[in-house]
Design a protein around this ligand. Structure first.
Ligand code: ATP
Ligand code: MG
Length: 395
């Protein structure tokens, strides 16, 4: 057993604020919703184990309703970002024996504290003591050994005990995860990622619902290539932390823009751009065997996001279009963007390719028929997708 000084970095994610010295044996990892997935539970759990091994680079195994993983202090930041994990804890692992548990409980206590509480749970119901009995016996023991007091309502420190089939885990620090479902359990989606605040958040929320995200960005190579590329790759790198890697298609869009500027009245150009993006995203989705398109649309935020315009834009997609931010307030979106650390990158100034020659007074009630009559560039769209640069981002 390695002696490790564990000083957990206390972000607002950690529930307890203290540092302690003990030899951590493993991480105990808990998932939330997966637990209620009935017959599919094994599939969800296996996927989570796979993601933990891939992203946090630690060995992990399923153990009656939880996952036990090898302890490496550098894995902690990674675990905080893996969808499907509700919380995890660096823990001691001992035999299912109350005397062993008592000894371990002293080791997980921090140096300075006044009050504590024991919270235990048993997945092995054959263990001779019930959970309240474990709490009482262990509580009494800790009082005797440390002279500290039990406070059931506002305990400064909580000692957690989990009795499983073959072993028990003891820990005093829980670290909150992102929750949701493991990436890969819901299939693949193609997400339209602009350089703005919204679309990276939308991509994250879909990952959190179990989707593997492939990103697509449309840009004008002749106008602003290097800076935009850098920014989008940075966003993809941030997002990749949640799924281990990310494929990003950089689609050079300028030839389509020229067609649109030539053929489509200024009022309708934004709708035409966005419909064209939808069709090209569908081409990418076919290549990637993805099942839906994701956008960062937010109802009524900008002119292209009226109900009529959204309907007209989305009707260019054969696949379902998912817009998880549709009903959120901008502040709520920004809050998530800050948490997932895309906000700073998104607010670096950049030239949005779509601002190119759009009207100051765009149509807010575009109908499909109004735009369709100008759309003669579907062959060009296929060629443009073929010209994409495919960037493989990994962490
Ligand atoms: P965002 O903050 O995500 O840029 P927005 O509020 O600026 O969104 P729009 O610019 O109208 O809104 O874009 C709506 C959605 O269309 C974006 O969230 C994104 O999914 C998609 N989109 C817009 N421009 C691009 C682009 N250049 N490349 C890829 N997707 C884009
Ligand atoms: Mg935008």
């Amino acid at each position: 057993m390695l002696k490790i000084y564990l000083n957990i970095n206390l972000s607002d994610n950690t529930l307890k604020s203290s540092s302690t010295t003990f030899s951590v044996d493993c991480f105990v990892i808990h998932y939330g919703e997966i637990g209620i997935k009935g017959k599919n539970r094994a599939f969800f759990e296996k996927k989570l184990v796979e993601n933990i091994e891939k992203i946090a680079k630690i060995k992990a195994v399923r153990k009656s309703g939880r996952i036990e993983a090898e302890f490496k202090s550098e894995a902690e930041e990674k675990l905080k970002k893996i969808p499907g994990i509700k919380y995890f804890a660096p823990a001691l692992k001992v035999e299912k024996d109350i005397e062993e548990i008592k000894k371990a409980s002293l080791k997980v206590l921090p140096e300075n504290f006044e009050s504590f509480k024991v919270e235990s749970s048993r997945s092995d119901k054959t263990f001779p003591l019930t959970s309240p009995e474990i709490n009482a016996e262990l509580g009494k023991f800790i009082v005797e050994r440390t002279g500290k007091k039990v406070d059931l309502k506002k305990a400064e420190v909580k000692v957690y005990v989990e009795i499983c089939e073959k072993e028990s885990y003891i820990y005093s620090k829980k670290v909150k995860g992102v929750g949701g479902l493991p990436v890969g359990t819901a299939g693949k989606v193609v997400s339209l990622v602009s350089g703005g605040i919204d679309s990276p958040v939308a991509s994250f929320l879909m990952m959190k619902r179990g989707c593997e995200v492939v990103a697509v960005h449309f840009f004008n190579e002749t106008l602003h290539s290097k800076e935009v590329r850098k920014k989008i790759v940075m966003l993809a790198e941030k997002l990749a932390e949640f799924q281990g890697k990310m494929r990003l298609y950089m689609v050079p869009f300028e030839s389509i823009q020229l067609e649109i500027i030539r053929d489509v009245p200024a009022k309708l150009r934004m709708i035409a751009y966005r419909r064209s993006m939808m069709r090209m995203a569908n081409i990418v989705a076919k290549k990637e065997k993805a099942k839906a398109i994701v956008t960062g649309d937010n109802l009524s935020q900008v002119a292209s996001q009226t109900l009529d315009n959204i309907a007209t834009i989305n009707s260019a997609s054969a696949l379902p279009v998912l817009s998880p931010l549709i009903g959120m307030d901008k502040e709520e979106i920004i809050e998530i963007a800050k948490k997932i650390e895309t906000y700073k990158i998104s607010t670096i100034p950049y030239e949005d390719c779509c601002s190119l020659l759009v009207s100051k007074h765009p149509e807010t009630r575009a109908r499909k028929e109004d735009v369709e009559k100008y759309e003669f560039y579907s062959e060009l769209e296929k060629d443009v997708v073929e010209l994409s640069e495919v960037v493989e981002v990994s962490i």
